[in-house]
Each structure stands twice: as C-alpha cells, then as structure tokens.
Design a protein around this ligand. Structure first.
Ligand code: BG6
Length: 487
C-alpha cells in the first residue's frame, strides 16, 4: 500500500481490511506491506494501524484476529518515491512474505498517492520486477481517483499503468460503487416489474442527483484546492450514479456487460439544452463564504488553511445534462454537489410528470406535487416513493405522502463499508464495481468543456454556509420552470 500514512488509509482502508479479516473474508496468508516516507519500525506501523482500526473499524475488536493480521504487516521506508534502493528492499520484503506466509506471488499494489507520483512509482515498480507476469500468480494495481485532471491526463495515466499490468488487472476505485445503496439501483430497476415501464421520457419529467455535504474541506486543502468539486465528485461519483440510473439492462451482471451499458449511456450525455450549447445557462458553481453552520462560526473557503489567496476553486458545482437516446430524449438530469451545504445527503430523485388530467377541484389538486422515487444513497439509506393521497375527512382533499423502505428497519445486518467490498473484490479479481478506463474517458469528455468554461469565467459565486448553494444553482432549474428538492 503506497500512501499508508495518508488520510484515506487511516480512515477507510485500514479499518476495512480489519473488518474483512474479522468477517473471515481474508485468507490467513493475507499480508500488508506499507510503503511510506516515514522512519517507522515494525512496532510503529503496528501501533499506527491498531489506532486506525480501533478508531474506524465497524466490527468489534477481537485480539486473535488482530494478532493474525498484525503478524503479516511490514513497513518499507521510502526517502522518496524515487528512492531506487527502497524498491529493492520492497522486493525483498515481498519475496520473504511469499516464502514465510504462503502469499505465493499474488500481489496487489494499492496506489493511494497523488497522481503526480505515478510516473516515478510505476516506472520503478516495473524495473524492480515486482509485477512481472507469472503463470501461477496474479499481479494487480488498484488506483484511487483522481484519474487524471482532464481527458488528456487521464489517458496518460492509463498509459503509465498499462506499462506495468494488463488492462484487466487495473482496478480504479470509485468508492460510491461499493455502497450497498448504489448497487441496489440495478436491483430496483432490473429485479422488479413495476418501475422499468415508467423509467423513460414518456413518464419521467426530470432526474435530480444530489451529493451534499455539510463539512468544509477540513485539512485537505493540498488536495482539494487543485481539484474542486466537479473533478472531485461529478467526474466520478455523480456520473456513475447517472449511468446506473439511466443505462439499459445489461445482459448479465458481469463486469464487461455492466460496463458496456454504462459506457453506452455516458456516450449519449450532452451538455446542450434543447440543442443549444450555452454553459452559462446550464452550469453553476460556487464557493462557501464565512458564516455560521449549526450555530457555530465557520471560515470561508479562501480563509481555510492551505488555500491559495487567489484560488478560483469551486466548492459547489451543478450541471444540467441531457441524454440523447430514445429512452431519455428531452429529460434533463440535474447534478449538484457541494461542501458546507444544509446537510449531508446523497440521493437520486426520479421526478415523474404530472398526470395529464386531474378530476378534482383545482384547490385540492394544486396541493400535490409530482410522483417521485427517491433513492436514498445516504445517510438514511432506503427508498422513498412520493405519491398523492386523500386526506382523511369529508372533503376530497389531496396531499403528498411517502411510502418508505429503509435498510435499517428491513435488514438485521449492518451494510458493510464500501471499501470492504472493493478491497475484497480487488483481491478476488472481481471487476464489476470498478469503472473501466473508457468510462473515465467518457466522463472527462463531458466535464472538460465545463471546467474550461469556468476557468475562463473568473471566480466562483459565494454562498452562505448551511444553504443549498449559490443563487445561480437555483436559477439553473428556475430557467426550466423547476426547483431543486429541499432534500
Ligand atoms: C470523496 C471526496 O470521494 O468522497 C470527498 O473526495 C468527499 O471530498 C467524499 O468528502 C464523500 O464520501 P462519502 O462516502 O462520505 O459520501
């Protein structure tokens, strides 16, 4: 694991590995080699991982499981990722694990490092022979986003990784695909009869995909200030949600079939609004100001530690997309994401058209909105169906009500964390939950013109912490005679 000392490893990857071990899903031979720019002894590594696990694991602490896992942990100190001698040491450590713990040459390289280091690391991994193909052992590379900065750099990155392993052995992590509720989109659509007949332009008015967070950027300025919310979230999580919501039925749930359908639909995504490309009308971006959230004063984005004084990075992004195919022609998909918004919520809302005729007195009928299916991705995982109902009483008064399915109330077992599923699948070589390079490429095709447009347009518009984003985001929907759901 390159980047074992980083935030992601500490908060997500290491706890997930322990949880997998605790659920009996890791081979007893499983061994973890941490690579990092620290002078750590074996005990330092052990203490660090133990703290991460105790703070972040989902399953109970079991000393026997921990001892088994800790016995297979090694640390290799790198002065820098260009330190040739350290790769030799890494090779020795990995060979020794093969000999002493029965790992049999099977290796996954988890690269949780800034993409700027990819050339140096991949070149040296290749030179060290660590990934040389072998008939009876597997070699895989797991990479974390960002998959490049734009389409051109994503292609360069792919070419680099392609120099060390075959395309099928590259596992690109989009952790949203590891979430149970995201996988359930395909179950809802393709394991039921009642939704799919309505899932098209004849009945659907529009779709809103929201990923809102109430937190700011915290200590991540170094990463975030060069990225912004469109690259951080829309390029990957939100376009994946769009693809799963809008794709055709795959012939099976294997990786090739699911990826093929996602690619097809991503290929149909357009930035034009009714055939006209004007990104001033179809995109919005913002940056949080100083203010109050949850009753406490919070800093504005520009005052956050590590943010450049002349930064133009957005912390809120919204885009209106259309899908040019028979199923979706004329149905806008609105995507939005932001930091320091009203609350943390991720959902896909499919909003249906109003009934063509309502045989009720107008006062009764105007009180009802459109039928909506809300796929609640998090935090309150489940599905809501909004429908009109008669209010009890002597009048035919109507009101919108909700039918609810909640994971918490329905299933006894807690959902595993996304990273548990993804790490396990990478070890098993199971690829359906990892986006293919072609999907990454198509996502950048959609986003590159938007980011270019924003870069030329100056600073993002400020918004109040605890709000639902800048005024331009509301105007974006108002132009179409719609409003964002107040989630
Ligand atoms: C990450 C983004 O991919 O997702 C972060 O880089 C964001 O900026 C995070 O906070 C949110 O993940 P989750 O699983 O909490 O929705």
């Amino acid at each position: 694991m390159f980047g074992i000392t980083g935030d992601l490893a500490r908060h997500k990857l290491l706890p997930a590995i322990y949880d997998l071990a605790n659920r009996g899903l890791l081979s007893p031979s499983f061994s973890l080699v941490g690579v990092g720019r620290r002078s750590w002894s074996a005990d330092d590594l052990r203490n660090y991982v133990e703290t991460a696990v105790r703070d972040g694991a989902r399953t109970p602490w079991r000393p026997a499981i921990w001892e088994q896992l800790a016995a297979g942990m090694r640390f290799v100190e790198f002065d820098s990722f260009e330190d040739d001698a350290a790769y030799e040491q890494l090779t020795r450590v990995v060979d020794d694990l093969d000999a002493t713990r029965g790992t049999r040459g099977n290796r996954a390289f988890y690269l949780s490092i800034p993409p700027g280091w990819f050339p140096a690391v991949t070149e040296r991994i290749a030179r060290s022979g660590l990934v040389e193909e072998s008939a009876d052992a597997w070699r895989r590379v797991v990479i974390e986003k960002p998959f490049g900065h734009d389409r051109a750099s994503a292609r360069e990155l792919d070419a680099l990784v392609g120099r060390i392993v075959r395309p099928d052995d590259v596992f690109r992590v989009d952790h949203y695909l590891g979430k149970e509720t995201v996988q359930n989109i395909l179950a809802l659509r393709f394991a039921n009869t009642m939704f799919e007949p309505l899932w098209n332009q004849r009945y659907v008015d529009h779709v809103q995909i929201t990923m809102a967070e109430d937190i700011g950027i915290g200590t991540r300025a170094g990463y975030y200030d060069t990225i912004g919310s469109a690259r951080d979230v829309i390029q990957n999580h939100l376009l994946q949600l769009l693809a799963l919501t809008a794709m055709e039925e795959p012939t099976s749930m294997d990786a090739a079939s699911v990826r093929l359908e996602k690619e097809k639909v991503l290929n149909c995504v357009r930035l034009e609004r009714d055939g006209v490309l004007d990104l001033n009308l179809t995109t919005a971006r913002g940056r949080y100001n100083a203010g109050f959230q949850g009753g406490l004063p919070v800093r504005g984005y520009l005052e956050e530690d590590g943010v450049a004084a002349d930064s133009r990075t957005e912390t809120f992004a919204a885009v209106r997309l259309e899908i040019a195919n028979r199923r979706w022609a004329g149905v806008p998909f609105y995507l939005r994401t932001g930091k320091r918004l009203t609350r943390r919520v991720t959902e896909v809302a499919v909003v249906f058209k109003q009934p063509p005729f309502l045989p009720f007195e107008s006062a009764a009928a105007t009180a009802v909105g459109a039928n909506t299916i809300v796929l609640r991705i998090q935090p309150d995982e489940g599905i809501t169906l909004r429908l009109a109902s008669k209010v009890p009483g002597t009048q035919m008064e109507l009101r919108d009500v909700s039918m609810e399915f909640g994971y918490g109330a329905t299933f006894n077992e807690e959902s595993p964390e996304a990273y548990e599923r993804l790490i396990l699948d990478a070890l098993l070589g199971d690829a359906p939950l990892f986006p293919h390079q072609r999907e990454v490429d198509l996502s950048w095709r959609i986003l590159d013109p938007v980011i270019e447009h924003w870069t030329a347009a100056g600073s993002p518009e400020g918004y109040r912490p605890g709000s639902w984003g800048p005024a331009s985001a509301h105007e974006l929907l108002a132009r179409d005679g719609r409003t964002w759901r107040r989630s």
